[in-house]
Design a protein around this ligand. Sequence first.
Ligand code: SF4
Length: 216
Amino acid sequence: MNNKAVAKKILDILKEEFPNPSGGLVFTNPLELLIATILSAQATDKLVNTVTPGLFKRYKTASSYADAPIEEIEAAISRVNFFHNKARSIRNCCKMLADEFGGKVPKTLDELVRLPGVGRKTANIVLGNAFGIAALAVDTHVRRVANRLGLSKASDPDKIEADLCAIIDKGRWTETTHLFILHGRTICKARGPLCERCRINMYCEYYKAGLKETKG
Ligand code: SF4
């Protein structure tokens, strides 16, 4: 079976495991998702979701963040780690949105990654989930799962994204991010992956290499 066929099988099985895959961040518009995603760097979605309701009630537009005193934004997100840096990123990002994009979140990768604090991963999350534009975001779970399965041998997230996009139908890019994250959180854990319980172990290079070692 070639890599495209393997990737399809893997995604079909994961889709049976997680029939309605979606991101864990709560939002009602692209700006809210952008802010929530900036906050979620090295923080759990659960924690971010406890902070954003108050934040989104207070600041409803890019200008309202841009014009707010930095201390005020910091206080509103102080339960999230790295809140000093994140407050700065949010304000700078919103300033550029207000100054250069009419206060609207842009719909292209090239424009999104120009925003302060927004990397390719964040941009792809926003494209895929707020705008329904096919986009594959590579976070730590996607990277680990793709590497272990052998779908990408790269360590650089941009290269992993390119490797996966080359073998996965465009219509499944956004779904792939969710499925790999859910699989990585529940089964293919960073420490102690639950390989015997894993329904895609027959396609996994990491698992097959382990079996070979055991058999000597
Ligand atoms: S077999 Fe193990 S390493 Fe491979 S995808 Fe499943 S849990 Fe991850």
